[in-house]
Structures are given as structure tokens and as C-alpha cells.
Design a protein around this ligand. Structure first.
Ligand code: HEC
Length: 173
């Protein structure tokens, strides 16, 4: 019995010591966290900085692991409401040819919600990613009746696909 207690105590001391040692070896100050917070504050204040922020890097990193061909499959979920081909018509939702880089809510022949027109930001990769994850949270009051794509990879794929269906695809780097 005593041996068991002693070995438990020794193990505890050992774990404690290992923690101490690894802490001192791997100790890093955490400026990343605060830098990120500053960046996200900037996002709200100024859309031009959002394109260079770390956020946009995230979805662009996922691009490498997927493809526009995968995106074509994901787009089947959108096709009931959207066309994506050149010259495609508005359906329940606006035509999506060349949507990346375009201003949100800016097709003259489609009747958007007030929320989308007032949003008016440019569809960057990052904006599109946020919107497609949770449309109704990203743009409060949008009339897009779609719950969202919870898979980051699906969002990356469909964004690549839409970017290919454009007169001037946005650069991928
Ligand atoms: C049930 C129909 C429906 C589905 C499904 C749907 N959308 Fe939409 N979408 C809409 C409507 C309606 C709007 C207009 C929203 C507004 O005015 O608030 C819209 C707007 C958009 C816009 C903004 C376009 C612009 O001109 O600013 C994008 C981008 C978009 N949808 C992408 C998608 C993608 C990608 C999918 C699939 C993953 C999808 N939508 C699925 C109905 C739908």
C-alpha cells in the first residue's frame, strides 16, 4: 500500500517537473493573440485592411486542399436559387457570374434585401467565406434562405468554383 502511495507521489512530482521543464523550453510570449485582436478590430473599421489580415489567409490556405471541381458539386446546393454561368439569369437569388470582387447587393436588375444593399462590401474571399458559413449572421436581414455551409472545405471549394466563373477571377495569392 505504502509503495503505491509513494509511486503516485513520485509520478506527480515527475509530471510537475516535466511541465516546468517543457514550459521553460517552449515558453513563448503570446503577441500573436493580441495582434490578431488588433487585426479584427481593424476589419470592422476599415475594409481595405481586411484583405491583408490573417483571416483572409485562413480560407486561402484551405484552397490548396480542394478544387473548383469539388466546388461544382457543392454548388448543387446553391443551384436551385442561383445561376453561375456567364449570361445566367437571376433566379430566386441573384446571378453569380463574376460575383467575387463585385460589391454585395450591386446587380441593377435584381431586387435585393435592404440589408444586402446596405452591406455593400466587396466580395473578397474572406467576406464570402464568412457569409457562406452563416448567411443570416454575417448579414443580418439578408433574404437568402440558406442555412450555410458548416464545412470550411466545402466553402473553400465553392468559392474557388465561383471565382473560376468570372470575367476576371481574383488572384489566389
Ligand atoms: C433558397 C435559395 C438560395 C440558396 C439555396 C442559396 N442562395 Fe444565395 N442568395 C439567395 C437570395 C434570395 C439572395 C439575395 C439576398 C439578399 O438580397 O439579401 C442570395 C444572395 C447571394 C449572394 C450575394 C450576391 C450579390 O450579388 O451580392 C451570394 C454570393 C450567394 N447568395 C451565394 C450563394 C451560394 C454560394 C450558395 C450555395 C452554397 C447559395 N447562395 C445558396 C438565395 C439562395
Amino acid at each position: 500500500m505504502n509503495k503505491i502511495i509513494v509511486s503516485i507521489v513520485l509520478t506527480a512530482i515527475l509530471i510537475f517537473l516535466i511541465n516546468k521543464i517543457t514550459d521553460s523550453i517552449f515558453y513563448v510570449e503570446k503577441p500573436e493573440k493580441s495582434a490578431y485582436q488588433v487585426a479584427s478590430v481593424n476589419n470592422d473599421a476599415d475594409t481595405t485592411t481586411s484583405e491583408t489580415s490573417s483571416d483572409s489567409g485562413n480560407i486561402m490556405e484551405v484552397f490548396a486542399s480542394t478544387s473548383a471541381a469539388d466546388g461544382a458539386k457543392v454548388f448543387k446546393k446553391c443551384a436551385a436559387c442561383h445561376s453561375v454561368n456567364k449570361g445566367g439569369k437571376n433566379k430566386i437569388g441573384p446571378a453569380l457570374w463574376s460575383v467575387l470582387g463585385r460589391k454585395a447587393g450591386s446587380l441593377p436588375d435584381y431586387k435585393y434585401s435592404k440589408a444586402m444593399v446596405e452591406y455593400a462590401k466587396q466580395w473578397s474571399f474572406e467576406e464570402m467565406d464568412g457569409f457562406l458559413e452563416k448567411p443570416k449572421e454575417w448579414i443580418k436581414g439578408t433574404k437568402m434562405g440558406f442555412a450555410g455551409l458548416s464545412s470550411t472545405k466545402d466553402r473553400a471549394a465553392v468559392i474557388l468554383y465561383m471565382n473560376e466563373n468570372a470575367d476576371n477571377p481574383l488572384p489566389l495569392n
